[in-house]
Design a protein around this ligand. Structure first.
Ligand code: ZN
Length: 252
């Protein structure tokens, strides 16, 4: 006797992009580790000092994030740091094609955090806090890459550019939130207390599309940038950073 076929049940509809972004296991992976690491005590007077500092900071970030990425059932590859300088020739083959008006960017090919050689300011304290924030944000993109969020975003097809921009803002605000979660957990190592912490808070509240000369709405308003950064810093946990389930006004 052959068993009678049961009536066909409809298959569950799975949206792989939503699974990888809004439903990523990263949000349940726990607190970002407080990791032992010794940062160079430099004043950031030169490109080589900037790179040395950034590379040590990235090594700390790798230590802190690796267990969480592995807990998210993802594969972890190391990130590297390189410098670029627009208009100064091909001195940075790892960072070809830098976006316009950008001090830093993440290059998924090769997992490279690219830093602009010209972006060191004159105030050494501000330069240090700025570099810490920049590297932490770009490493946030590396975390997104490692757990599949960045690739999922690349796969999605958008019918309008405003839809695409909204997801781009979710991605950028999340990178800042993840970066801040690391900095919050490791604030002591990074000297983020007193005046430096005030500088950092002020900085993250004043970063956003309002300052973009091209007026493209791809990173989020300064209000929302401040919101996600302070939230990540206070939590020290990627559970605070699910921008993909946040209402549209929180990622405007
Ligand atoms: Zn970014």
């Amino acid at each position: 006797m052959t068993p009678r076929a049961s009536p066909a049940k409809p298959l569950p509809v799975i949206d792989p992009v939503a699974e990888s972004t809004a439903g990523n296991k990263l949000y349940g992976a726990g607190k970002v580790g407080v990791v032992p690491c010794t940062l160079p005590s430099v004043v950031l007077r030169s490109d080589s000092e900037m790179l040395k500092y950034a590379r040590t900071a990235v090594a700390c970030m790798q230590k802190a994030w690796t267990p969480l990425i592995l807990k998210s059932d993802a594969y972890y590859g190391s990130a590297q740091v390189a410098a670029f300088s627009v208009g100064k020739g091909p001195d940075s083959p790892l960072c070809d094609d830098p976006p316009k008006e950008s001090d830093a960017f993440y290059q998924p090919k090769g997992s490279v955090i690219c830093l602009d050689r010209r972006s060191l300011g004159t105030d050494p304290d501000a330069a240090l806090v700025d570099l810490q924030e920049t590297v932490a944000h770009e490493f946030g993109h590396h975390v997104q890459m490692s757990v599949g969020i960045l690739t999922a975003y690349d796969m999605r097809a958008y019918s309008t550019s405003s839809e695409r921009l909204e997801d781009e803002r979710r991605l950028e605000l999340q990178a800042s939130c993840l970066g801040a979660a690391f900095l919050g957990a490791n604030r002591r190592t990074f000297g983020l207390n007193g005046r430096h912490l005030e500088m950092w808070r002020d900085m993250v509240r004043h970063m956003g599309d309002e300052y973009n000369p091209t007026h493209v709405r791809d990173h989020g308003s300064r209000n929302n940038h401040g919101y996600w950064s302070l939230r990540g810093f206070a939590a020290g946990n990627s559970s605070a950073c699910n921008t993909f389930t946040a209402p549209a006004k929180r990622v405007s």
